[in-house]
Write a protein that binds this ligand. Structure first.
Ligand code: SAM
Length: 432
């Protein structure tokens, strides 16, 4: 199985976009390749055209996919039908009806949703989020692979297990050659078309740029970087090297809480990075931590609104999980229900286009998180390509889900879950 299906270019749209057809389903993608012509087969991933394909090859792959493509679509349709309301909560019904009729939900609506506690109300919210996910974004599911290139970090984030607080952690930094080999094997052996490179903060910019260059010199792939605050010029250098995605959470939209949790840092600087990245052309993946000590439900709604305002291409919200070697060792993780609610409310806030990730942290908190999240509005997952011994040292929080599973096992489990839910790894395209 590969993590993209070939599509056929149908039209050029605006300055740099193309309309791509996948068995009748149309998606927009950004195209930077001069050679692309109408009628060409291409792989697109992460909202970018990655490469053109020889017609014989593309048609043979599509032949393999044809039957299962429509079967998956039908299955997703049957699992995401308009929900029956078993709730008498009139305010909830009115809010969700607004979304069903294509109107935007406002702050008060989202606040009301995040406060829901009644199991029948929550069930209706989750089913509604899943219905809207299907209606507007179809059964596409993004499958990205992440390589955690180094756990070195100069930051003192109070919640993070790889911050300077953790003096017991063995530190590693993969060589450029090592990262390149991992990426090439993920692309060639396992069919990944979108990779995220992540590390702690404060490694030399040259190193980050060399990683991006080394991979892109060898293969076409959607590369997303997640190295923290590399400076605005650093972002430009990474973009020039070919990275096209930036994964950078703002962590919390509450400036005082941000300051409290990130000594010596300001939320405004983080946001400046995210906004600059967007301006220079990066697709931005952002979001916040859920359940931080001192965070309120109002803060979470503000996080959702800020993520939407930042025009994120993908939303990444994950639960805070306490780590024993950090100042927040004694704090408690959030209730998994709050996490699921956040994903569903995020979907209600941007039901037309957004990608929403089910994070590994949520999977660590709740062993059914991936399925629950995908059935409550989410449509992206991430598999971990980092070799197991280094994965264990990338201990941002304890006992990470999938920490000890071989990549093959992760892929098998992902495929079987996606197939059981009727999801296909077609590109979700970019926002219009
Ligand atoms: N240095 C990069 C940055 O600053 O974005 C990426 C690495 S950072 C470790 C990746 C993410 O891990 C952060 O955005 C944060 O939300 C998450 N994280 C850190 N500690 C965590 C914890 N204890 N529980 C859950 N997520 C955590």
């Amino acid at each position: 199985m590969c993590y993209a299906i070939p599509g056929k270019v149908e039209a050029f749209v605006g300055e740099n976009r193309v309309l791509i057809d996948y068995f009748g389903e149309k998606k927009l993608a950004i195209n930077e390749l001069d050679e692309v012509r109408i009628g060409d087969y291409v792989y697109a991933q992460g909202g970018y055209v990655i490469e053109t394909l020889p017609p014989d090859y593309a048609e043979s792959v599509l032949d393999l996919w044809k039957e299962s493509f429509f079967r998956l679509q039908e299955l997703d349709l049957s699992l995401s039908r308009a929900p029956e309301a078993h709730t008498q909560n009139q305010r909830l019904l009115r809010i969700l009806d607004k979304a069903f009729y294509g109107k935007d939900l406002d702050r008060d609506d989202l606040l009301y949703l995040i406060h829901l506690e009644d199991p029948q109300d929550l069930e209706y919210l989750y089913r509604s989020a899943n219905f809207l996910r299907h209606k507007y974004t179809g059964n596409s599911c993004c499958v990205h692979g992440i390589i955690e290139v180094s756990n070195r970090c100069t930051c003192a984030c109070k919640y993070c297990g790889i911050s300077v607080h953790n003096r017991r952690l063995p530190r590693y930094q993969m060589s450029v050659e090592e990262v390149k080999d991992l990426a090439l094997s993920a692309i060639d052996r396992y069919g990944f078309k979108a990779l995220v490179l992540q590390s702690g903060e404060g490694l030399p910019l040259d190193y980050y740029v060399s990683l991006v260059r080394a991979i892109l010199e060898e293969r076409s792939v959607f590369l997303c970087v997640s190295f923290g605050e590399v400076g605005l010029e650093g972002l430009e250098a990474l973009f020039a090297a070919g990275a096209r995605g930036l994964l950078m959470r703002f962590e919390t939209s509450n400036p005082a809480l941000y300051r409290e949790l990130h000594p010596g840092k300001e939320l405004s600087s983080r946001l400046e990075h995210i906004r600059h990245a967007r301006e220079i052309g990066f697709l931005v993946f952002t979001g916040a931590l859920v359940g931080l000590p001192g965070q309120t439900l109002e803060d979470i709604v503000n996080d959702i609104l800020l993520a939407r305002e930042l025009s994120a291409e993908m939303y990444s919200f994950g639960p805070f999980i306490p780590h024993q070697d950090t100042p927040l060792a004694e704090a408690r993780p959030p209730d998994p229900e709050l996490m699921l609610k956040t994903l569903a409310v995020m979907r209600m806030a941007d039901y037309r286009q957004g990608r929403i990730l089910v994070t590994t942290a949520f999977e660590t908190l709740d062993s059914k998180a991936r399925e629950r999240g995908l059935m409550a509005g989410a449509n992206s997952i991430m598999l971990n390509i980092t070799p197991i011994h280094q994965r264990r040292s990338y201990a941002i929080y304890p006992n990470r889900a999938w920490r000890d599973e071989k990549l093959e096992t992760q892929i098998d489990e992902a495929i079987s879950l996606l197939q059981s839910l009727g999801r296909a790894p077609t590109d979700l395209g970019v926002k219009t």
